[in-house]
Design a protein around this ligand. Structure first.
Ligand code: PLP
Length: 425
C-alpha cells in the first residue's frame, strides 16, 4: 500500500516548522537528509512506522540498527513499563547493572568485564581511554572508512580521499595520535605497529563502509600483530554486536579481541553502549583508577530493555539469526533482480541482516570502490522507495529485523521495481 502523497506534504510542512527552532529540524544530521522529506513518525509497531496522516511505511532503517526485534517487541516494552513503575532511579546503583553485565559476559567471547555508557560514541571514547591507560601509550591505528562515532578524537578518515575531520568544527589536533591505514591491509599494519601503539581499533565487518566482510586472514593477523607489539585490539561492534550473531563478529570470525565496543542492538531500541574486555585490559577501569563517568550511565530503563533484548536473543538465537539473515538474502536477490530488470548498474552487498545498495558501480569490494559509487543517486532511490512506502537508510543501507515477514519482503520487492522505474523517468 503506497503512502498518500499528502504524507510528504505533511512531512515538508512539519520540517518547515521544526527548522525554525530545532537545529537542522532533527536531532541527528543524517535524519534531516531523507528524501523527499524526513517522515514524521507518529507511532511504530513491529516492522512498520505510521506517520500522522496514517500512512504506513515498512521500516528497514530499524533505528539505524538497534531495532533487531522490530519497533515494539513485547519483551522490551514490558520490561520498560515494569521499570517505569519502579521509579526512574536515575544514577542509582541497581541490580540490573550486574545482571546485564553477566548476560554480556555470557554472550560475547571478549567480555570478562563490562562498563556501561549511553551510546556507541561514548563507549569508543571510553575504550580508547582504557587502552591508553592499560598500555601507558598514546598512538592508535584507525582504518579508513570505519566509523567510530562522532567524537573529535576518532571522527576522521571516513571517506575515500579525506583522512581529515569528518565535519567542520572538529579539532584536528584531537585525532593527532591516530595513524590511518587501509582497512584489510595487513602489510601496512605489520609495517606500522611498534611499541608506541596503545591500540588498533577496527570494525571487524565494515558495515559502514559498504557492508564488507573482512579480507581473509585480516582479523587473525590483526590479533597476532597486536599481541606481538603489546597493543590492545579493539573491535568496534556497535553495529555487529548482537546483530551479526549473539556473539557478534568476534564469534562469527573466530577472533577474540582484547576489548569490544557494543551499543545499538544490545538495547533493543533504548540508548546504551558498553565497553567489554578481558580482566587484564579492563583493569584500569574495573579497579576504579580510571574515571568512567556519566550521569545517565547504566540508567535502569535502558538496562532493563537490554536485559530483555539480550535474554530474548539468547533464547531464540538458533532460529532468529538465520531468519533475519534469510530475509536480508531475499532482499539482496530482489534488489539485484529489480535493478537488472530496469537496466540499472548497481552493487548489492550483504553481511548477515545488513544489505548495502550502491548505484553507479557494478562492483564494490572495498572503500576505494565507494569513491566511484553514486551515493546521491542512491539517496534519490531511497526517496523513491519511501514514496512507495519502504524506508531504508539514505546511504542505501537496509536492516532486516525479527519483526519483518514474507509479506513485507514481497511488498518491498515490488517497491524496488517502482523505485527503479521512477529513477529512469
Ligand atoms: N561505531 C559504529 C561502528 C557505528 O556504526 C556507530 C553508529 O552508527 C557508532 C560507533 C556510534 O554509535 P552511536 O551513534 O550510538 O553514538
Amino acid at each position: 500500500m503506497t503512502p498518500d502523497p499528502a504524507s510528504f506534504d505533511a512531512a515538508k510542512s512539519y520540517r518547515e516548522r521544526a527548522l525554525k527552532t530545532l537545529s537542522y529540524g532533527v536531532s541527528s544530521t543524517p535524519r534531516g537528509r531523507q528524501q523527499p522529506a524526513p517522515i514524521v513518525a507518529d507511532r511504530a509497531a513491529g516492522a512498520h512506522i505510521w506517520d500522522r496522516t496514517g500512512s504506513r511505511f515498512i521500516d528497514y532503517a530499524a533505528g539505524y540498527g538497534p531495532l533487531i526485534l522490530g519497533h515494539s517487541p513485547s519483551c522490551v516494552i514490558d520490561a520498560v513499563k515494569a521499570e517505569l513503575d519502579r521509579g526512574l532511579r536515575t544514577a542509582s546503583v541497581h541490580e540490573g547493572e550486574a545482571t546485564l553485565a553477566e548476560l554480556v559476559c555470557e554472550t560475547l567471547p571478549a567480555a570478562q568485564k563490562c562498563a556501561f555508557v549511553s551510546s556507541g560514541s561514548e563507549a569508543i571514547q571510553l575504550a580508547l581511554r582504557i587502552a591508553r591507560a592499560a598500555t601507558g601509550r598514546t598512538k592508535v591505528v584507525k582504518f579508513r572508512g570505519n566509523y567510530h562515532g562522532w567524537m573529535d578524537g576518532v571522527h576522521v578518515a571516513g571517506a575515500p580521499g579525506n583522512d581529515g575531520p569528518g565535519t567542520i568544527g572538529q579539532d584536528p589536533g584531537a585525532a593527532a595520535s591516530l595513524t590511518i591505514l587501509d582497512w584489510g591491509d595487513t602489510n601496512a599494519l605489520a609495517e606500522t605497529l611498534n611499541s608506541d601503539y596503545a591500540a588498533v581499533i577496527l570494525e571487524p565487518v565494515a558495515v559502514n563502509g559498504g557492508c564488507f566482510a573482512p579480507p581473509n586472514g585480516f582479523l587473525a593477523e590483526a590479533r597476532r600483530l597486536t599481541k606481538q607489539h603489546g597493543a590492545v585490539l579493539i573491535f568496534d561492534e556497535v553495529i555487529t554486536g548482537y546483530r551479526l550473531a549473539l556473539g557478534g563478529a568476534q564469534a562469527v570470525h573466530g577472533v577474540t579481541p582484547d576489548m569490544a565496543v557494543i551499543g545499538k542492538a544490545m538495547g533493543g531500541g533504548l540508548p546504551i553502549g558498553a565497553v567489554v574486555g578481558s580482566d587484564a585490559v579492563m583493569e584500569p577501569v574495573s579497579s576504579g583508577r580510571l574515571l568512567h563517568r556519566g550521569t545517565f550511565n547504566g540508567n535502569p530503563v535502558s538496562i532493563a530493555a537490554a536485559i530483555a533484548c539480550i535474554s530474548h536473543l539468547m533464547e531464540h538465537a538458533p532460529t532468529l539469526y538465520p531468519y533475519i539473515d534469510g530475509l536480508a538474502a531475499q532482499l539482496e536477490t530482489g534488489l539485484r533482480d529489480a535493478a537488472a530488470r530496469n537496466g540499472t548498474v548497481c552493487t548489492v552487498n550483504r553481511t548477515g541482516s545488513a544489505v548495502q545498495l550502491a548505484l553507479g558501480v557494478a562492483e564494490m569490494r572495498g572503500l576505494a570502490d565507494t569513491a566511484r559509487a553514486d551515493f546521491p543517486a542512491t539517496a534519490r532511490f531511497a526517496g523513491h522507495l519511501l514514496r512507495e512506502g519502504v524506508q531504508i537508510i539514505g546511504r542505501g543501507l537496509t536492516y532486516t529485523t525479527a519483526a519483518h515477514d514474507a509479506g513485507d519482503i514481497a511488498e518491498t520487492i515490488t517497491a524496488y521495481d517502482a523505485a527503479f522505474k521512477a529513477m529512469a523517468d
